[in-house]
Design a protein around this ligand. Structure first.
Ligand code: NCD
Ligand code: ZN
Length: 355
């Protein structure tokens, strides 16, 4: 049996408010516990998006009643909500500010660089700023971080050109950190999906990349600060239409995939702990969780099956994959929250990390 700290996922979509048929704070935090996570940070591209005090209250009230593990909620950067310095208490109630600089699911996108300036300038320098910025948008976002002399966390890095840019930015002393998702480390655009899973299932932002990109991520593991699932559930019906929304569920598959990579000698236990606990804790300034840990049987092998998951979306891109390393137990603040496939804490047990 291996004992790990309660893991932190800084990038999940729990779909509340607005699309609770895909996921909500109850099902999403149950999936988190079943994946070994005791803290999740929820993204703001909900319906409505989370961009002001009223919408933040909507999400936090739902979370307070339903969450089974600890949580934080991001605010989204919009075209006219950048007067953060006038809203003193609002940033400190949020996990951070998320800026969408490229197209993805939802309406929060800042097309024009004139809209970037006020967010970089006004969002408090000691609070996390996260950007969805792919390829050349990433280069632009890093320039903004440099101009405003502030920290910037880059979400879901997937390309060789991106990880090399972040490496160079770090070597030049810029306060840039980044995360990589399991699907960008374990799959390429030509990976075969499970039986019966059509092309629409493969849609995800950033897109699955080439073998050369995947190799570059593995070769630059030391540049990767965090592993984040980017848990982005959409139903099977939605994924199998002609216009499939991008996104994969990932909370319940991340840890077993990384434990399997450890068994294969591609990762160490220290890599897992630093990228899934110590680094995100520091980058996102998260509180200590006393008497909190996770137990895994590192020798148990099993097959990933969507039917055994807690996420409401009922599918996984890793269907049928053999993994080695099974989560047995999660203890959160002194209470057994998950054991042998069962959630043992009530909705509402989770706490707001900024509360
Ligand atoms: C995410 C979603 O569905 O909310 N989709 C995705 O493909 N990753 C949005 C995002 O993180 O870009
Ligand atoms: Zn996302």
């Amino acid at each position: 049996m291996l004992k790990l700290p309660g893991l932190i996922d800084p990038h999940v979509h729990l779909r509340e408010p607005g699309a609770t048929y895909k996921e909500d704070f109850d099902s999403g935090t149950s999936a988190a516990l079943a994946g070994g996570f005791t803290v999740v940070l929820a993204m703001p591209n909900t319906k409505p998006p989370i961009f002001d005090s009223g919408t933040l209250d909507l999400a936090l009230n739902a979370a307070k009643q339903k969450a089974r593990c600890d949580y934080g909620q991001y605010l989204g950067a919009g075209p006219d909500n950048a007067d953060w310095e006038l809203k003193k208490s609002l940033p400190s109630r949020a996990a951070g500010l998320k800026m969408y600089l490229d197209s993805t699911f939802g309406e929060l996108r800042l097309d024009d660089m004139t809209l970037w300036h006020p967010h970089f300038e006004n969002w408090p320098k000691d609070m996390p700023l996260v950007a969805h910025a792919e390829s050349r948008s990433m280069a632009a976002a890093i320039l903004f971080a440099s101009i405003y002399d502030r920290s910037l966390h880059i979400a879901h890095v997937s390309l060789k050109e991106e990880i090399l840019l972040i490496k160079a930015a770090k070597e030049n002393g810029l306060k840039v950190t980044c995360e990589v998702c399991p699907h960008h480390l374990f799959m390429t655009s030509s990976s075969p999906f499970g039986r019966g899973q059509g092309e629409g299932r493969k849609e995800v932002r950033p897109r699955l990349a080439s073998q050369k990109d995947v190799d570059a991520l593995w070769e630059n593991l030391d540049v990767i600060d965090c592993f984040a699932s980017d848990h982005a559930p959409h139903t099977i019906e939605e994924k199998d239409t002609d216009n499939p929304p991008p996104g994969f569920p990932g909370l319940e598959t991340a840890l077993p995939l990384f434990l399997t990579a450890m068994d294969n000698g591609r990762l160490t236990m220290d890599d897992i702990i630093s990228k899934m606990f110590s680094n995100p804790k520091k980058i996102f300034n998260l509180p200590e969780q006393a008497e909190t840990w996770v137990e895994v049987d590192e020798n148990e092998t099993y097959e990933i099956k969507a039917a055994e998951q807690f996420t409401r979306c009922d599918w996984t891109p890793f269907e049928g994959w053999q993994v080695k390393g099974k989560l047995r137990k999660v203890v959160l603040r002194g209470k057994t929250a998950f054991e042998d496939g069962k959630i043992l804490v009530n909705a509402g047990y989770g706490r707001d990390v900024r509360g």
